[in-house]
Design a protein around this ligand. Structure first.
Ligand code: SAM
Length: 264
C-alpha cells in the first residue's frame, strides 16, 4: 500500500507506520472482542491497524489528516464493504458526539505530536462515564509510563492524575522501535484505559490547573508551588495535606480532594 500509493512518511504528521500483521492483530485484540463493535481510529495512515480492526469484525470510523492516504483507505474499504468510513480532518477538531450515537472504542497508533492533547480531550468529557468504552492507544514509552505511573515514582505527574482519576489505566504491551517504518528514536507502548463508573466528581479544569501548578516545580514543596494558586494554601490546610510534601507523594485521591476544596 505504502509503495503503491507513494506514501513516504511525513515526520511532521508523526508518520511511523506499523506493518507487522501479527503485532497489529494483537493490538486490535486489546479492547476485547470487537465483532460488530464500533471503533474510532485516529490516523489510519496506509491502513495497517485499520485492517486488523476490520478483520476483527469492527465497524471503523477513522479520521486521517493526510489526504495522500485516502486512496489506500478506499481500497481497504472496498475489501470490507460497509465497515469503514474515513473522514479527512484534523482529529483535534472532531466532535465525537456528532459521529457516534452508540458506545464505541477508541483505538489508535497515535501521531505523537497530538497524542497527549487528544488523550486529555477524551478524559475531560463533561459527561461521565463517557460515550467511549475504552481507549487503546500507542504512545512513546515515556508518555505511556507517565499515564500509568503510581505516586512516589519519578514518572508520576499531571498525566497520571488526569488519567487515573477517571479511568483504570494499564500498560498493555511494549512495542520496540524497530516495529515501525521508519523506526522512531524511542520505544513505544500501548496503554489501555477503561472508564471508572463513578469517579469522585470534580471539575476537570480545576484538577488540570492544580496538577499543572503542583508539578510545574516538582522538586518544590507543595506550600511553595501552590502559593500562586488562589486559595491553594488554605485548601492544603482544610484537607489536611502537609505543605512540606512534594507533589509526587500526593495520591490521585488526595489531588482530587484538594481540587474539590479549591472549587468550593
Ligand atoms: N495507523 C497507522 C499505523 O499504525 O501504521 C499510522 C499511524 S502514524 C503513527 C499516525 C497517523 O496519524 C498518520 O497517518 C498521520 O498522517 C495521522 N495524523 C497526524 N496528525 C493527525 C491529526 N491531527 N488528525 C488526524 N490524523 C493525524
Amino acid at each position: 500500500m505504502i509503495k503503491k500509493h507513494g506514501l513516504t512518511a511525513n515526520k511532521a504528521l508523526g508518520q511511523n507506520f506499523l506493518l507487522d500483521t501479527q503485532l497489529l492483530s494483537r493490538i486490535a485484540s486489546v479492547p476485547g472482542d470487537l465483532q460488530d463493535s464500533l471503533v474510532f481510529e485516529v490516523g489510519p495512515g496506509p491502513g495497517g491497524l485499520t485492517q486488523a480492526l476490520l478483520q476483527a469484525g469492527a465497524k471503523v470510523k477513522a479520521v486521517e489528516r493526510d489526504e495522500r492516504c485516502l486512496p489506500a483507505l478506499q481500497e481497504l474499504s472496498n475489501h470490507f464493504p460497509d465497515q469503514l468510513n474515513v473522514i479527512n480532518e484534523d482529529a483535534l477538531k472532531i466532535d465525537l458526539s456528532q459521529l457516534f450515537d452508540t458506545p464505541f472504542h477508541i483505538v489508535s497508533n497515535l501521531p505523537y505530536n497530538v497524542g497527549s492533547a487528544l488523550l486529555i480531550k477524551w478524559l475531560s468529557s463533561a459527561d461521565w462515564p463517557p460515550a467511549w468504552q475504552s481507549l487503546t492507544l500507542m504512545f512513546q514509552r515515556e508518555v505511556a509510563d507517565r499515564i500509568v505511573a503510581k505516586e512516589g515514582s519519578s514518572a508520576y505527574g499531571r498525566l497520571s492524575i488526569l488519567a487515573q482519576w477517571r479511568c483504570d489505566a494499564k500498560l498493555a504491551m511494549s512495542v520496540h522501535r524497530s516495529a515501525f517504518t521508519p523506526p522512531p528514536k524511542v520505544m513505544s507502548a500501548i496503554v489501555h484505559l477503561t472508564p471508572k463508573e463513578q469517579p469522585e466528581s470534580v471539575s476537570p479544569e480545576m484538577l488540570a490547573k492544580l496538577t499543572q501548578t503542583a508539578f510545574s516545580q516538582r522538586r518544590k514543596m507543595l506550600r511553595q508551588s501552590l502559593k500562586s494558586l488562589p486559595g491553594g494554601l488554605d485548601a492544603l490546610k482544610t484537607v489536611g495535606i502537609d505543605g512540606a510534601r512534594r507533589p509526587e507523594t500526593v495520591s490521585v485521591d488526595e489531588f482530587v480532594t484538594l481540587a474539590r476544596c479549591l472549587s468550593a
